[in-house]
Design a protein around this ligand. Structure first.
Ligand code: NDP
Length: 335
């Protein structure tokens, strides 16, 4: 087995030395387990949290153990009912080539419905995140203005396309002209703003009447520019703040530079709500998958992946993700 372990906890931005790559014997499935050979590993921003000891909604990865992550692959041996060699599955586990898992952690997928790797993106956890967050919190209505940050990424690309399906005006925010062009031309958003430019002026230009739904993936300066432009009764879906994941000090405090004046939450009757996809998402997975496959089939849902070749490239690719080096859902193709 080839595995990527967490060697030490990063201080600020992770570096390659925080990881260790090891070769170990392939695991043997125990009674009730399935042995999966992973073909794709999903790399996601939440993994930065798992590398840290700070209190969070999930336990940190222990030092010296395999990095956590969802995978898609093929069953090679099974001692569990319902799974046979050759089955395609999503939800094997960890930054490694093989894993032994209980069937409860696996979703059997049909490779004819979509490429295997799509089960880690548009049809996987990031797609489910977009679907749940819009349904429960964003609740976009036809004609409303929806702004999505990290718009070309795994979650953002799905959020914006669902909002278009719902009849909204959708404005993306992304880093650089290539990503912005993709967001308007391929994903069909009404406009896309480069956050490296004058964010405030561009927001005023594209959202002259303000913003009804803001999908927060980024935080920091982007959030500061959005907040005063929220309309009465706007919803702010707090999905993530990737710009702040490598910040060491004051992660949970009111300290630091002045933030938005939260008095506006009252005055404008704003709804600002955070959520974690795993709280309520997975029991609704069958409905999500049905919606998504329908939209994919009728051409209203497209997606883009960024594929790193080889498990040994995973640390470098993950470090890049936290700086916007990825273009689309980041996955590793396991050699
Ligand atoms: P993406 O595929 O969007 O990749 C991350 C993107 O974030 C980068 O490509 C970059 O896009 C942007 N970015 C990175 N660093 C910065 C920065 N310093 N300032 C501004 N933008 C930055 O990732 P995901 O779609 O997987 O995740 C998006 C967000 O959703 C994250 O915050 C993540 O933690 C959150 N999330 C939350 C879940 C939940 O349950 N609440 C579940 C899944 C994801 P660009 O170049 O365009 O700036």
């Amino acid at each position: 087995n080839l595995q990527v372990l967490l060697r030490r906890r990063p201080k600020g931005e992770p570096v390659p030395e925080d990881f260790e790559i090891v070769e170990t014997p392939a695991p043997e499935p125990q009674e009730g387990e399935v042995l999966v050979r992973h073909q794709y590993l999903s790399l996601d921003p939440y993994m930065r949290g798992r590398m840290s000891e700070a209190k969070s909604y999930a336990k940190p990865v222990e030092l010296g153990t395999v990095m956590e992550g969802r995978t898609a692959g093929v069953v090679v041996a099974s001692k569990a009912p319902g799974f046979a060699p050759g089955d395609s599955v999503a939800g094997g586990y960890g930054w490694q080539r093989f894993s032994c898992v209980k069937p409860a952690g696996l979703i059997k997928v049909d490779p004819k419905e979509a490429p295997l790797s799509a089960n880690l993106g548009v049809l996987g956890m990031p797609g489910l995140t977009a679907w749940v967050g819009l349904e429960d919190i964003g609740q976009p209505k036809a004609g409303e203005t929806v702004v999505v940050s990290a718009a070309s990424g795994a979650v953002g690309q799905v959020v914006g396309q669902i909002a278009k399906i719902r009849g909204c005006k959708v404005i993306g925010i992304a880093g650089g002209p290539r990503k912005c062009q993709y967001v308007t031309e391929e994903l069909g958003f009404d406009a896309c703003i480069d956050h490296r430019g004058d964010l405030k002026a561009q927001l005023d230009q594209h959202c002259p009447e303000g913003i009804d739904v803001y999908w927060e993936n980024v935080g920091g300066e982007v959030q500061a520019a959005i907040f005063p432009r929220l309309r009465d009764f706007a919803r702010m879906v707090m999905c993530g703040v990737i710009a702040q994941y490598n910040v060491v000090e004051g992660a949970d405090s009111f300290g630091g530079p002045p933030g938005p004046n939260l008095g506006a939450v009252v005055r404008k009757r704003l709804r600002i709500q955070g959520f974690i996809v795993s709280d309520t998402g997975w029991p609704r997975y069958p409905q999500f998958r049905k919606d998504m496959l329908g939209w994919m089939a009728d051409g209203r849902m497209t997606w883009r992946e960024d594929v790193a070749e080889g498990l040994r490239k995973a640390p470098e690719a993950f470090i890049g993700l936290l700086k916007g080096a990825n273009f689309g859902k980041l996955v590793v193709k396991i050699d």
